[in-house]
Design a protein around this ligand. Structure first.
Ligand code: KG4
Length: 335
């Protein structure tokens, strides 16, 4: 079964053709990151306009790259939530038009379910159940993937997502948007151990997380150095910050893993590209005798293929929609 899949929830327009949820036939992406870098972060209105500009040409490219025409496509999958509402609406409206004009089933896909499904594309042997640590620019979740379309949140951030925290910390350190990758490179230049950063816990919810205090601490340290003229060891701060984020994520993921009794874990989302978090997860999973799946870097960030992968399993479960399907800025992964 060949699915034409659309993703437009933030600042990447992405269209892909995926076969049977596991094989990428094409994967066209137009990133707007350079445009938003001018403003130090995503400007939602600009994101929507840029999606409108490229989505038709990108669809043609994805179909051509896959060697597919209208008759080869069996269904259309699309991110319908969560994300920047204007941005999600562009992809959703376009996908609905294609599905209607071509007479194909329309499959709504939750964006974070898509991130987790990126692992199905990279690892053919991977099947639920497993534990997923989904860490992206807008979401930070520990998820029990009981089955392909039966997911349960075990832990979540109570405020900022890990990626949002990386981007804001990077900005005050003078790094370009999106800040995750440059922070990673800067952090690798130091062993850290210079700055003491706050660590949060949520009473009565040991798997929940909070990143806003950490973000504010980096902002305050940077402003304080600016105002007093003190030298800031930027590499050490990047390292201590990353260690602190990893220290929030990895032990909680391992705790959740122990609770489920699973021996398989996957990482997902843009922040799963972080070299220090990847190394920490590898070390922890090795110690716990757990099989860890880390998606290749190109499948960590937003892409259309992951929507095609999850879309396949949503279709098998009978989760299709009619033309009344709406977009949602927020929606739980287990809704
Ligand atoms: O998954 P993604 O592309 O978009 C969302 O679904 O949100 O994630 C984007 C986030 C950004 O915050 C970006 O800075 C972060 O992933 N990111 C990283 C790294 N590469 C991208 N964060 C930490 N380390 C990285 N190497």
């Amino acid at each position: 079964m060949k699915i034409l899949a659309f993703e437009s929830s933030c600042d990447e327009t992405a269209v892909a053709v995926v076969e049977d949820g596991r094989q990428i036939l094409s994967d066209a992406i137009a990133s707007q990151a350079d445009m938003h870098a001018l403003y130090g972060g995503v400007v939602p209105e600009i994101a929507s306009r840029k999606h409108v500009e490229v989505i038709a040409a990108l669809t043609e490219q994805a179909l051509n790259d896959a060697g597919c025409g209208k008759d080869d496509i069996d269904a259309v999958a699309v991110t319908y939530a969560p994300g920047l509402i204007g941005a999600v609406l562009v992809g959703l409206s376009f996908a609905k038009s294609v599905a209607y004009a071509w007479g194909k089933p329309l499959i709504p896909v939750h964006h974070v379910r898509g991130h987790i499904a990126a692992n199905y594309l990279a690892f053919p042997e991977l099947e639920p159940p497993f534990l997923a640590l989904a860490i992206s620019g807008g979401n930070t979740l520990i998820v029990d993937v009981r089955d392909y379309t039966d997911l349960k949140i075990l832990g979540a951030t109570r405020d900022d997502a890990a990626g949002e925290c990386f981007d804001k910390a990077a900005r005050v350190l003078g790094l370009p948007y999106p800040g995750g990758k440059p922070m990673d490179e800067l952090a690798q230049q130091s062993q850290g151990g210079v700055y003491t950063l706050p660590r949060a816990h949520v009473d009565g919810a040991e798997l929940d997380m909070s990143f806003s205090g950490l973000k504010t601490a980096v902002v305050n340290l940077s402003h304080h150095a600016e105002q007093t003229g003190e030298a800031l060891d930027r590499a050490a701060l990047a390292r201590d910050f990353t260690n602190a984020v990893s220290g929030e994520l990895v032990p909680r993921a391992m705790k959740a893993l122990a609770q489920t009794g699973y021996k398989t874990m996957c990482a997902a989302g843009g922040v799963a590209a972080n070299s220090i978090i990847r190394a920490d997860l590898e070390a922890a999973c090795k110690k716990a005798d757990c099989q860890l799946y880390l998606p290749p870097l190109r499948l960590c960030g937003d892409n259309g293929s992951m929507i095609g992968a999850q879309g396949y399993y949503e279709f098998l479960a009978g989760h299709t929609a009619d033309m009344a399907l709406n977009a949602f800025a927020t929606r739980d992964i287990d809704a």
